[in-house]
Design a protein around this ligand. Structure first.
Ligand SMILES: [Zn+2]
Length: 415
């Protein structure tokens, strides 16, 4: 049975537009599940790049891996895991980066250094190809995917604000920045930053999300990593609150979410200095944690795309984690989170767009991950049709989504 509904364009609450715009011409491995196909796709890029660095993203480590020796046989190459929380790179690729950023790039090979310096590495890549042309082209493509607005969760530097301004795109984003990037900005630029962003753990793809129970693979002892010790996190959040900016805290695993909520709880009287406080991802949040979070006034910014982690990462997450991943029904029905108010949705660019967002929201593998169309519209769309709309065709029998993009000021009577 097919049904049709018209919704406003998307307001993606979590992305990295400058970084992804630098990837306009990078290789996407998002849909690739076999090593042979990945190598075919890469080979085409090698032919075009003629010895220059090939950057790929969307590598799914649960489907295939390369040994370092295999990588060394290829032209200069850097491949991001789909989570962005790990990167494989060969010597040729490393040399391309060293030319611009110096010997510090060698540290990339150390996974702990990488996780602790993730945004530094992402900024290196963003700055390799950041330009007005790339950003304008990227935003034009976003419209075809149904997105009008998307939040920049990791401001690269002050120049990024200038690029957005030159492209006339300031009204299609708002900027979050790491605390040290924020401190480096001019007073004028600081006023253009909406909030500060912290990371408390890694991700499933790189087996670095901080869990209470260990990842299943390897020796079965890895519980991921916390970026901060408890007291460091509390102090860092406290310093962020001094700026009176909003705060977004990346926490995927239950151990990271617990650390984040207990740090915020300790600072409770001071939290109202921040206009809003969000936890980003919150994939393994428990009901008890969610109750504490809602009492503290903490918003959740989550990604329906990551509902499929329950099957994609069944190799590494135990069954209770797979079932508990992205528990939207618990959050909305039991804890009282309200889509669009304190429950927001976004993509993290993995991938961008209405098709993946809607399919994972309306047809998840785990029933507790299901989001209704009105909930989706409240949490993931613009308020009205002034920028355009999306005509969504939802096929219940094949569990597929197709869509057309409608021009601005579409007649709403058809809703
Ligand atoms: Zn992100």
């Amino acid at each position: 049975m097919e049904s049709t509904v018209t919704i406003p364009l998307l307001k993606d609450h979590h992305s990295h537009p400058l970084f992804y715009s630098a990837f306009n011409h990078a290789v996407s491995l998002n849909e690739v599940q076999h090593k042979q196909l990945a190598e075919d796709v890469l080979r085409q890029s090698f032919e075009h790049r003629n010895g220059e660095l090939t950057v790929a993203h969307g590598w799914r480590s649960n489907h295939y891996q390369w040994s370092q020796a295999e990588l060394e046989l290829m032209p200069p190459l850097a491949v991001f895991n789909v989570s962005l929380h790990s990167l494989i790179i060969n010597r040729g690729g490393m040399n391309c980066l060293r030319l611009k950023y110096g010997d510090i790039v060698k540290q990339i090979a150390d996974p702990v250094w990488y996780e602790n310096n993730l945004r530094v590495v992402l900024n290196w890549f963003a700055n390799l190809y950041a330009s007005r042309e790339n950003l304008s082209y990227f935003f034009a493509k976003l419209r075809d995917l149904g997105i009008h607005y998307l939040e920049e969760m990791l401001l690269v530097d002050e120049n990024e604000i200038q690029i957005f301004e030159d492209c006339n795109l300031l009204d299609r984003t708002r900027f979050w920045s790491a605390p040290d990037t924020f401190q480096s900005l001019s007073p004028q630029a600081k006023t253009q930053v909406h909030g500060l962003k912290l990371f408390t753990d890694g991700a499933f793809g790189s087996e670095s999300a901080a869990l209470h129970r260990p990842f299943l693979n390897g020796e079965g002892t890895n519980r991921g990593m916390l970026i901060y010790k408890d007291s460091e996190l509390t102090n860092t959040i406290d310093q962020c609150l001094e700026t009176k900016k909003s705060l977004a805290i990346h926490a995927i695993g239950d151990r990271a979410i617990e650390q984040t909520i207990s740090a915020l709880k300790q600072l409770e009287p001071r939290l109202k200095r921040a206009p809003e406080i969000r936890i980003e991802h919150a994939q393994l949040i428990s009901e008890e944690q969610a109750n504490m979070a809602i009492d503290l006034g903490i918003k959740l910014c989550m990604q329906p795309n990551f509902s499929s982690d329950s099957s994609d990462y069944a190799d590494r997450l135990d069954q209770a984690y797979c079932i508990g991943n992205n528990p939207f029904r618990m959050l909305i029905d039991k804890v009282g989170y309200t889509p669009g108010e304190d429950l927001l949705l976004g993509s993290d660019g993995m991938p961008h767009g209405i098709e993946s967002a809607a399919r994972n929201s309306f047809f998840p593998e785990i029933p507790s991950q299901k989001i209704s169309i009105p909930e989706f519209t409240a949490a993931y769309c613009l308020d009205d049709f002034s920028k355009g709309g999306i005509n969504l065709k939802i096929d219940e029998s094949t569990r597929t989504i197709s869509y057309d993009i409608l021009p601005p000021e579409h007649d709403q009577s058809s809703r």
